[in-house]
Design a protein. Structure first.
Ligand code: HEM
Length: 99
């Protein structure tokens, strides 16, 4: 189910028992994906409980990888915690829809 999940709540899910990651203002539960991730468990654990947008984009993930995200989405940040795409050019927030 997709619901609003705060950054504070995401922060609690940062060890291999439960790994949540924020990418482009959406929240993903990748606990069951750790062993399957072609880029390894450690890269996911490195951003567990945090915003992994920059790391995710730095790798240049394929369209398949972007598609796979859907499977792990559990929620989205509350409107007040969404990073401003215009004021924050480092947040490459529109890339996943335009690529
Ligand atoms: C739920 C989020 C993620 C999904 C679904 C995902 C999926 C994938 C997939 C399918 C690949 C295979 C290559 C491709 O298709 O692009 C891959 C490779 C990789 N990913 Fe991820 N990934 C995620 C998050 C991350 C994050 C946050 C990082 C870094 C902190 C990361 C680092 C890597 C690396 C280093 C590779 C290997 C690239 C290579 O050796 O060619 N991934 N990932």
């Amino acid at each position: 189910m997709v619901r609003e999940i705060s950054i504070e709540e995401v922060r609690k899910h940062r060890d291999s028992k439960s790994v949540w990651i924020i990418i482009h203002n959406d929240v993903y539960d990748v606990t069951n994906f750790l062993e399957e991730h072609p880029g390894g468990e450690d890269s996911l654990l490195g951003v567990a409980g945090q915003d992994g947008t920059q790391s995710f984009e730095d790798v240049g993930h394929s369209a398949d990888a972007r598609d796979l995200l859907k499977k792990y989405k559990i929620g989205t940040l509350p409107p007040g915690e969404i990073r401003n795409k215009v004021a924050d050019p480092d947040n490459s927030c529109c890339l996943h829809t335009s690529k």
